[in-house]
Design a protein around this ligand. Structure first.
Ligand code: AMP
Length: 433
């Protein structure tokens, strides 16, 4: 099947061809015709499956000519990064279509430019729920013209506590509209929201990541918590990894690890919710451009990061939710490539590892950790990460595979509502109720 078979118009096909896509991904094959037909959609799909194009392309088609005024399409996303990325995709895929305007709204930055952008009128708004609700309540934004609502990464929005904002936003939307909901996981809360929001949806299930995980070389190193950073520095330096996305559980942990990696001579930056938008954008650009080697991220901040051909993903700490593991490693080996996923697992994480293995229905290969240098504890009050010659320089015999102990070697420094049925989203085309 090709994109031509999906009923997309030539301008969109041209944009797709210029992106270099030859075949639609499974979610695109199913979602594009469903959206074009005007049905509501409930799709179980993760980042990396091509889900953005799966809703953006048919939406652009249905929008038709620009009607800059109150927006006709609203896309809600959990993070600013994802919002920016969806908007970029809308502009990108829509570049041969007439001048449709997309405005991005998110919190953590000044409202003023966003209000100004809304005043100029637009066709699509891509937003995080909190700021959107703020602006709507201040009457800076009229949501009565919305004929299509998309909830992207709905599960993540609920995890982040956006349910209240979403419910409020739903009240401001016209009842007659098309609804598309994308979620990587289906919890009871997601089902409840879907039941309430979607009208006889087309249900789409694309192969979960774990079914395609053969392309990802997964490896577990069992290592004591306090030695993880040394092992990671060793892996990066010895393996000459040029680009690695590292997941930590907390923002504080991300900051600390970033400093520790820098202490080991590795260029690193942290990306998480406490960083300013500018700092996050800069870190991401530096990472993409190869100016930094390790991007240390928390789960939430990494959502929606679109980094092409990421060769290494490290779970520095295992996530509490097993699905997140699958998500995280899905950052590598995207769009047909292959990649490496490494998990550093300490003893206290054994049960998290078991949960993940249950989910992916396979046991993850445990590799013996390579010998890495462990510096002696730094003097009290010092944050030194300098390597010291340790022990007597001999290399102890390797531990059995699966041990949580480091294999130390001394001597030397480790290197560094209702579907409206088909039709367009032209204003005035809606039915009420
Ligand atoms: P997404 O799941 O929307 O985050 O998309 C993941 C990545 O796949 C993005 O970098 C897209 O540019 C890319 N992509 C989307 N659709 C296709 C396709 N049909 N063929 C190849 N790459 C695609």
């Amino acid at each position: 099947m090709s994109f031509t078979d999906l009923g997309l118009k030539p301008e969109l096909l041209r944009a797709v061809a210029e992106k270099g896509y030859d075949t639609p991904s499974p979610i695109q094959r199913e979602a594009i015709p469903a959206v074009l037909s005007g049905r509501d959609v409930l799709a179980n799909a993760q980042t990396g499956t091509g889900k953005t194009a799966a809703f953006v392309l048919p939406i652009l088609q249905k929008l038709g000519a620009p009607q800059p005024g109150a927006p006709r399409v609203l896309v809600l996303t959990p993070t600013r990064e994802l919002a920016a990325q969806v908007a970029a995709s809308a502009r990108d895929y829509g570049r041969f279509v007439s001048q449709l305007r997309t405005v991005v709204i998110f919190g953590g930055v000044s409202e003023k430019p966003q209000i100004e952008a809304l005043r100029q009128g637009c066709d699509i708004v891509v937003a995080t729920p909190g700021r959107l609700l703020d602006l709507a309540q201040q009457r800076q934004l009229d949501l009565r013209g919305i004929s299509c609502l998309v909830l992207d990464e709905a599960d993540r929005m609920l995890d982040m506590g956006f349910i209240h904002a979403i419910r409020q936003i739903l009240k401001l939307l016209p009842a007659a509209r098309q609804n598309l909901m994308f979620s990587a996981t289906y919890s009871d809360d997601i089902r409840a929201l879907a039941n309430r929001m979607l009208h006889e949806p087309v249900s789409i299930q694309v192969a979960p990541r774990n079914a395609t995980a053969e392309r990802i070389d997964q490896k577990v190193y069992k290592v004591a918590k306090e030695h993880k950073r040394h092992l990671l520095a060793h892996l990066i330096n010895e393996g000459q990894w040029s680009q690695v996305l590292v997941f930590t559980r907390t923002k504080h942990g991300a900051n600390r690890l970033t400093q520790q990696l820098e202490g080991a001579g590795i260029r690193a930056a942290a990306i998480h919710g406490n960083k300013s938008q500018a700092a996050r954008v800069r870190a991401l650009e530096d990472f993409k451009a190869g100016r930094i080697t390790a991007l240390v991220a928390t789960e939430v901040a990494a959502r929606g990061l679109d980094i092409k051909e990421l060769p290494y993903v490290v779970n520095y700490e295992l996530p509490n939710v097993p699905e997140d593991y699958v998500h995280r490693i899905g950052r590598t080996a995207r769009a047909g490539g292959s990649g490496n996923a490494v998990a550093l697992v300490s003893q206290d994480e054994a049960s998290l590892l078991r949960d993940i293995e249950k989910l992916v229905k396979m046991s993850l290969p445990v590799a013996p950790a390579p010998a890495f240098a462990v510096p002696p504890p730094a003097p009290a009050g010092s944050e030194s990460t300098r390597e010291h010659t340790h022990g007597n320089g001999h290399r102890p015999s390797p531990r059995p595979q699966g041990s949580w102990q480091p294999r130390r070697h001394g001597g030397g420094r480790a290197p560094g509502a209702r579907s409206q049925g088909g039709g367009s989203y032209a204003r005035g085309a809606r039915r009420s109720g």
